[in-house]
Structures are given as structure tokens and as C-alpha cells.
Design a protein around this ligand. Structure first.
Ligand code: ATP
Length: 683
């Protein structure tokens, strides 16, 4: 029998996708609506509860006031009461049972009666009252005296006060306490709105997301960051439409790490991404996660991500990421490292937990990428790294112009000239130059901000109260240019020119300028000559300073550190010293991974001495070779040094033009030259 019933039409794949996308969009919108509703509802509950607690406190005060005994007349002492009753002057008396008070009236002494000295201080007649202890004995004595006196006695049980007392003393305080706890609870549930925030350790407090959109920061507000903006455009695209990425199975950017010197616009860029995508922007400083209380940081991370998820797509920006994301274990584990580890773990868990459609991008900023935990930098976490450099001259000009947009700057101001005067300034410094200049013009009652004000502002920023010390004097600039040109020429001479793609005099950390060397040795087998070439190249900066200027400087500190480490590896790890033989002297580098430095194995003192001597020989020879290479290419080297001093940064093809004529004469490693007979170093 054939089945003639019509079969339901198969959904067309395109239609199905569209349907799935619509369902997802609907769910997302619903989640957001609920989040918004929960938030307003929660806030309303907090207010209502607050008002209720206030009312209860007022009732409590009113109750206490009501319970306070209020009796007209004069308080009398027990002696005076005894005297009054002894003289039969008390006419009426009422025992106020709840107040433990006896209140009554007395009359003037009978005419001709002898005045009692005890009652002399009292008015002739009137009302009186007396407190008595709550005991049958006291009550009995007083009643006895009054009966003897012949006064009319009454007992007022004050039963209305019994109820008020029970409510005021027992019930109201309990209700107030419950109300306060309720406030704390709703406060913490609302992410810190309300009194709850006071003890709300585990939440990020009142921190609110700023929403991007019209009027917020955009890429147009960030100057000198073309590369970074290009990289970040993809993040913007993802945030605008996260479900599109899920549909095509693309892995979206999850974590973006911005690194660069302070004030170069990392926060500004992150805000601009939020602004461009029109999504909420949650900003926290890494230090806010690190509390002395263990567990609080982790709870804060959870809270932050929960809130971001509620309004996704969103950006979570963690400034000073190194404060929370420092390398775990290893060297320098000071107090609170447990806490930091927990916080870091929580951060990793949260980042791993996003679905593609979650639409959350975490952006971190740091000046110290080197101390970040490697786990943070793995794929799926902060796997996009964007370096933001100090701006070069055209970049500085662009930033100055950007900040001048909203200021009444005189049309004859030469921004290119000002940019040339501000080598080493960060974006933040340039922003404050324009601001200081405007303030100066204001003080001088000028209509526009002119070059003199801006020049004065540069001086202020340079020598301001903070004492910057990163801006170069002409002498420093020349020295750094010589140093960096030395690295570059040596790199070309040892055959590693392709590894240098950018040299700059702009200060970076303690070491002055920088020669950016492309990585490339990971996983490669490197020969002794190549390693020695790298050593020569590393020491060439210092050699150049000695060759041209006659003295070394502190600028070579970092170079010396890397050169010593490399030389140590050559002889102690790779066994490339003919004198020490093919042995591994350095301990396993387990600690290196954890942030410590690999130490020497337990060497006998003689072997240690030999290692030390060999290290000095290798380093000295490498420096001498560097000097020889530079001297041989002196013309090119001088030209590059002066070109660099002028241009501040030379990169790419421009650098190749300088270096193409460098004589390629790589020195061979001392280990592969004829050497002295090996010395026995015995352990
Ligand atoms: P830190 O490392 O100290 O947190 P940062 O790199 O995050 O600094 P921002 O806070 O983004 O620096 O910059 C501070 C201010 O400097 C910005 O608000 C902006 O006014 C100005 N600024 C910095 N860089 C730029 C830039 N590239 N273009 C325009 N303005 C900039």
C-alpha cells in the first residue's frame, strides 16, 4: 500500500538559519528585557523596604516616648514622702503599675502644726510623684504609710502600656533588624544598589555600564592608532552582530589585550570600540579585584561577568590587568597571592564559559605584558594582542589637532612644529598640553589659544609637578639614536637584518629607545653562529655608544641582562663552549616557566669559576666583534644614527634603504674557533 499522505516540506537550510537567528535574537531581547525589569523591580523593592525600615524606627521611637512615664508635679524623695505621710498631708495617691511610680497630691500643713524640716523645700501643696522598685515589699511599705496617713489610694494597672511595651521592646527591634538585613540582601542582589553595597564585598559596587552610541567616544576621537583601529574593527563588527559569527561557525575575538606605555590611549580605544558598536561598556581596574579577603576578588569577577551577560553584547574592560592577572606561583609570591590566584582562575573560567553568541568581548590593558600569567594569553582568552606605541611626530600632530577641535585655537598655530617639540609625549600628555594652553589663554584673557601659550604648556607638562623624566634632551636623543642604530647595523651585519623592522628613539621603560626585533626563533634549531650573532647584535647598542661617544650609559641595562642570559645559555645550556665542554651546567628551566630564573646546577666552586670566566670572555668578545662590525660600516651607521635622531622612528622599507649596503660579515662563535685546550672543571 502506498502512502499518499502529503509529507511536511523539508525546511530549506537558508530558512532554517534565518529562523534560528530570529529565535536567538528574540531570546536575547527577552533576556535583556528581563534583566532590565529585574533591575528596576529590585530597585523598587529596595526603596520600599528602606521606607518600611524608617517607619518601623519612627514607631519604635514613638513607642519609647509613650512608655516614658509622664506625671505632673514634683518628684519627692522617700524621706519627704515619709514626712508628708507622717504629717497626714497626702490626700490622694495612685500606684501606676507599669511605670512603678506613685503619683498623688498633698496639702499644706494644718494651721499651727510644727513645720517639718524635710519638706521645707517643697511647695506648700500640690502634686508629687515618687519612683519605687518593682517589688511587693516596696509596694506594701508605701501602701501601709498611705493607709496610716488616711489618703485615698488607687491602683492604675496601665494595661494599655503592657501591649505597647511588648511591641516596642520586643517586636519592633526584631522587625527593624529583619528590614536592615532585607536591605542588605536586596542591595547585593541588585549589584550594589541600595545600602547593601556597604557590606557587598563580592559585587562590583555601584559600577555601571556606560552605553555606547551617539555622543560617545568613537574611533574618530583616537589619534595615531590606525593599526589598532584596523585590528579592533573586527571586534566592533562581532559586537554588532554576534549571532552572525555563530551561524558561520567563526571563532570571534574573545579577549583583546592592549599594551603600551601609560596614557597612550588604551582606555580611550576600548571606549571607542563600545561607542562604535553601541554596546554597554563595563570598566574596572584590575586592582579592584584584589582584596585582602580571599574569595572576594573571584566573587567580583563573577558578579561583573554576570552583569555583562545580562546586557550582552557588551565590553568588559579591565584596566591594569597585571594587578589581577599576574603570573601565578613562581618568584615574588607576596601575601595575597592566593587571592590573586583565585581571582585569576575565576577570570579564566568566565572567559572559557562564553558561547559564541554571548557577545561579550573582554578587553584588558596593561603596561606590563611580560608579567601576565601565560594562561591568560592562550587562545580563547586574551589571544589578540595589540601594541600601542607612543605616538611619533605625525601621530602627535594628529592627536594635538584632535584635542584642539573643541578649543578656540588660533589659525596660525603650527601643529607640526609643536609635534616636533614633544617627542616622547603620550596622548594623555598631548591632551594636557592643549588643555593647559587653553587655561593659560583664559588666564591672559585672550580670545584664542596661540603658539606661545601652547609652548608654555609644553614646558609645564615637561617640568610639571609630576616630574616626568621620560622626555628626551637633545643629548639623550643623540645617544639613544646611536645606540639603536648600532643594534640595527649589527643585525644587518650578522645576517639578521630581516629581524629588525622598526627602530625608534622614543623612550620605553628604563632602557631608552627600542629596536623591535621580530620573533622567529621559537621552535627552530639555532646554530652556535646564529646565537653568537644575536649576542653581538644585543651588545651592539652599548658598543655603538662607546665607539661614537666614548662612554657607556645606563641605557644598556636591559641589553646587558639579555646578553648575559643568552651567553649563559650558550655555554651553560647548549654546551657550546670549547673550554667547558659539551655539558649542561644550568639547572632545568622549570622555574623559568613559573617566572623565576634558571639557576646554576649544584656546581663545584671550580666549575662555577670557570663558567663565570667563560661568560666574561664570551661577552667581551661579542662586544669587541660588535665594535668591529660597526667600525667597518661606520658611514652607514652614522647616517642611520643621525637620520633616526631626526625622524624618531624609522621602520619598514625606509629602514631597509639604510641597511641594504651593510657588509654582511657574520663573526663565527668562539666555540667554533680554535681554542685553548679544555680545562678540567670537575664538580
Ligand atoms: P593608562 O595606562 O595610564 O591607563 P591609557 O593608555 O589607558 O593610560 P587613556 O586613559 O586612554 O590612556 O588616555 C588618557 C587620555 O589621554 C584620554 O582620555 C585622551 O584624552 C588622551 N589620549 C591618549 N591617547 C590618545 C590618542 N591616541 N588620541 C587622542 N587622545 C588620546
Amino acid at each position: 500500500m502506498s502512502n499518499t499522505a502529503p509529507r511536511p516540506a523539508e525546511p530549506v537550510p537558508g530558512r532554517l538559519d534565518r529562523l534560528v537567528a530570529r529565535v536567538r535574537a528574540y531570546r536575547l531581547a527577552q533576556r535583556r528585557r528581563n534583566a532590565g525589569r529585574n533591575k528596576t523591580g529590585g530597585r523598587r523593592a529596595t526603596w520600599l523596604l528602606g521606607a518600611l525600615v524608617l517607619l518601623l524606627v519612627l514607631l519604635f521611637v514613638a513607642g519609647l516616648n509613650y512608655l516614658t512615664p509622664k506625671t505632673g508635679g514634683r518628684q519627692v524623695t522617700l524621706d519627704q514622702f515619709v514626712a508628708l505621710t507622717g504629717d497626714r498631708r497626702v490626700t490622694t495617691a495612685t500606684f501606676l503599675d507599669q511605670d512603678n511610680r506613685l503619683a498623688g497630691r498633698y496639702v499644706a500643713p494644718a494651721p499651727g502644726a510644727k513645720a517639718n524640716a524635710t519638706t521645707a523645700a517643697l511647695p506648700a501643696d500640690g502634686a508629687f510623684w515618687l519612683n519605687y522598685p518593682k517589688s511587693d515589699v516596696a509596694f506594701g511599705i508605701l501602701a501601709d504609710r498611705l493607709t496610716t496617713d488616711g489618703a485615698r489610694i488607687r491602683i492604675d494597672p496601665q494595661s494599655h502600656k503592657v501591649l505597647v511595651r511588648s511591641v516596642t521592646i520586643y517586636l519592633l527591634p526584631l522587625l527593624v533588624l529583619a528590614g536592615v538585613f532585607g536591605l542588605l540582601f536586596t542591595g547585593s542582589r541588585n549589584g550594589g544598589s541600595g545600602i547593601g553595597e556597604v557590606t557587598n564585598f563580592g559585587s562590583m559596587g555601584k559600577k555601571k555600564a556606560t552605553r555606547g552610541g551617539s555622543g560617545s567616544v568613537s574611533f574618530a576621537d583616537v589619534g595615531s592608532a590606525t593599526e589598532a583601529i584596523t585590528e579592533l574593527s573586527e571586534v566592533v563588527d562581532y559586537l554588532k552582530n554576534p549571532s552572525r559569527y555563530e551561524q558561520v561557525g567563526a571563532v570571534p575575538p574573545k579577549g583583546v589585550l592592549l599594551f603600551g606605555p601609560p596614557g597612550c590611549g588604551k582606555t580611550l580605544l576600548a571606549k571607542a570600540v563600545a561607542g562604535e558598536a553601541g554596546v554597554p561598556f563595563f570598566s574596572v581596574a584590575g586592582a579592584e579585584f584584589v582584596e585582602s579577603l580571599v574569595g572576594v576578588g573571584a566573587a567580583r569577577v563573577r558578579d561583573l561577568f554576570r552583569r555583562a551577560r545580562e546586557v550582552a553584547p557588551a565590553i568588559v574592560f579591565i584596566d591594569e590587568l597585571d594587578a589581577a592577572g599576574r603570573r601565578r606561583g613562581g618568584g615574588g609570591s607576596e601575601g595575597g597571592s592566593d587571592e590573586r590566584e583565585q581571582t585569576l582562575n575565576q577570570m579564566l573560567v568566565e572567559m572559557d564559559g562564553f558561547e559564541v553568541s554571548a557577545g561579550i568581548v573582554v578587553m584588558g590593558a596593561t603596561n606590563r605584558p611580560d608579567i601576565l600569567d601565560p594562561a591568560l594569553l592562550r587562545p580563547g582568552r586574551f589571544d589578540r594582542h595589540i601594541t600601542i606605541e607612543l605616538p611619533d611626530a605625525p601621530g602627535r600632530e594628529e592627536i594635538l589637532r584632535l584635542h584642539a577641535r573643541t578649543r578656540p585655537i588660533s589659525p596660525d598655530v603650527d601643529f607640526a612644529y609643536l609635534a616636533s617639540r614633544t617627542a616622547g609625549f603620550s596622548g594623555a600628555d598631548l591632551a594636557s598640553v592643549v588643555n593647559e594652553g587653553t587655561l593659560l589663554a583664559l588666564r591672559l584673557a585672550n580670545d584664542t589659544v596661540g603658539t606661545p601659550e601652547l609652548e608654555e604648556a609644553i614646558q609645564r607638562v615637561l617640568h610639571g609637578p609630576q616630574g616626568r623624566g621620560v622626555v628626551l634632551t637633545a643629548g639623550e636623543r643623540e645617544r639613544i639614536a646611536v645606540h639603536e642604530a648600532g643594534h640595527a647595523v649589527a643585525a644587518a651585519a650578522v645576517g639578521q637584518a630581516e629581524s629588525v623592522h622598526r627602530i625608534s628613539v622614543l623612550t620605553r621603560g628604563r632602557g631608552g629607545g627600542q629596536t623591535r626585533i621580530r620573533g622567529g626563533d621559537d621552535g627552530l634549531v639555532r646554530t652556535a653562529d646564529e646565537l653568537y650573532g644575536s649576542l653581538v647584535m644585543t651588545l651592539a647598542g652599548r658598543a655603538a655608544e662607546l665607539l661614537v661617544l666614548g662612554t657607556p650609559s645606563t641605557g644598556a641595562e636591559d641589553d646587558l641582562e639579555s646578553a648575559t642570559r643568552l651567553a649563559g645559555d650558550i655555554i651553560g645550556r647548549y654546551g657550546m663552549s670549547a673550554r667547558l665542554g659539551p655539558r649542561r651546567l644550568l639547572a632545568n628551566d622549570v622555574n623559568t616557566y613559573l617566572g623565576g630564573s634558571s639557576g646554576l646546577a649544584d656546581l663545584a666552586p671550580r666549575a662555577m669559576d670557570a663558567y663565570d670566566e667563560e661568560l666574561v670572555v664570551l661577552l667581551t668578545e661579542a662586544e669587541a666583534d660588535a665594535t668591529r662590525l660597526l667600525a667597518r660600516n661606520r658611514q652607514i651607521f652614522d647616517r642611520l644614527a643621525s637620520g633616526l635622531a631626526e625622524a624618531e622612528t624609522i621602520e619598514g622599507p625606509a629602514l631597509e634603504v639604510y641597511l641594504y649596503a651593510v657588509e654582511h660579515t657574520p663573526p663565527s662563535a668562539p666555540g667554533s674557533r680554535p681554542v685553548r685546550p679544555p680545562v678540567r672543571t670537575g664538580r
